[in-house]
Write a protein of this length. Structure first.
Length: 293
């Protein structure tokens, strides 16, 4: 489904009440958490859904508006309990145009990262519930996120432990960033998952690039293969769900990693096919210049 296919007729205005960086000032990339206040009670949004950010044009190529989707990283209530507050995680995107060689700014990410408190933004949605929560509380999860791909998992894990409660299945979160400075929700200043470290069912593992200054790929294969026996046992457990969120460019390395775990490409493809058929495999991925869709 293309972004242009999403219905944006249900548009409302949201107000920025907080915007702060999740990454260190020393990090090469900036990621912000933005809190939006929703005053329209008919806008009923749930954990795991996405909203569309609409930036009015005209834009390049004659587009009247620019749209990007962002997954809800959290949902709260205002102090008065009157309005809904939603959190989104935004990475400022700047990239080299492959044709002109010029540095280009991502429209939506820079627009959002530059917004000050009290600014308003037009949104639409909500859309989808990509991550299924099974009724069986002994179900397991292998969660794999890259960069801002950790945002939906932050909301998802919180939902399992706090909203549903008494979750008994095993939850293993594998999170990747180019460096520790660019980790989101799993760094020295902000570790939202630390409250679950005392849960016997929860484990979080962070994968970094061996040489971030050289833009070496994040070592997802190393961290997963280090735990390959446990991960493979979980994948073959009919109660396990595998959820991925992040850039498309991690998919090739992950596929190779799972083939290694399986021992052959044929066995992995069959296993993955079974997971998809049973709705136990979900990919929430996006391209370099887009947002989670």
């Amino acid at each position: 489904m293309n972004l242009e296919d999403y219905d944006i007729s249900n548009k409302i205005t949201a107000r920025v009440i907080d915007s702060h960086p999740l990454t260190s000032t020393e990090a090469s990339e900036e990621i912000k958490e933005i809190t939006l206040e929703i005053q329209d009670s008919s806008f009923d949004v749930h954990i795991g859904q996405s909203i569309a950010i609409i930036i009015q044009g005209p834009h390049e190529f004659g587009h009247q508006h620019h749209i990007r989707l962002y997954t809800i990283a959290g949902k709260l209530q205002s102090k008065e309990g009157k309005y809904t507050l939603i959190l989104i995680c935004v990475k400022r995107i700047n990239y080299l145009d492959e044709y002109s060689g010029e540095l280009q700014q991502g429209i939506a990410s820079n627009y959002l990262c530059n917004l000050a408190n009290e600014a308003t933004v037009e949104i639409a949605g909500p859309y989808g519930l990509p991550f299924k929560v099974p009724t069986d509380k002994t179900s397991n999860f292998v969660l794999i996120g890259l960069g801002t791909g950790i945002a939906p998992f932050r909301a998802f894990v919180k939902h399992l432990y706090e909203d549903i409660g008494d979750w008994q299945g095993e939850i293993r979160l594998y999170y990747g960033a180019r460096s520790g400075l660019e980790s989101v929700y799993l760094n020295d200043e902000r570790d939202d998952f630390s409250q679950y470290y005392d849960k016997e069912t929860f484990n979080a593992f962070k994968a970094l690039s061996p040489r971030p200054a050289w833009n070496d790929p994040i070592a997802f294969d190393q961290i997963l293969l280090h735990h390959q026996q446990r991960v493979w046992d979980l994948i073959n457990n009919p109660k396990t769900y595998v959820y991925l969120a992040g850039f498309h460019d991690i998919e090739e390395n992950l596929e190779k990693c799972f083939v290694t775990m399986a021992g052959s490409e044929d066995l992995w493809l069959k296993t993955k096919s079974d997971l998809i058929k049973e709705n136990r495999w979900v990919e929430l991925s996006y391209g370099l210049h887009g947002s989670i869709a």
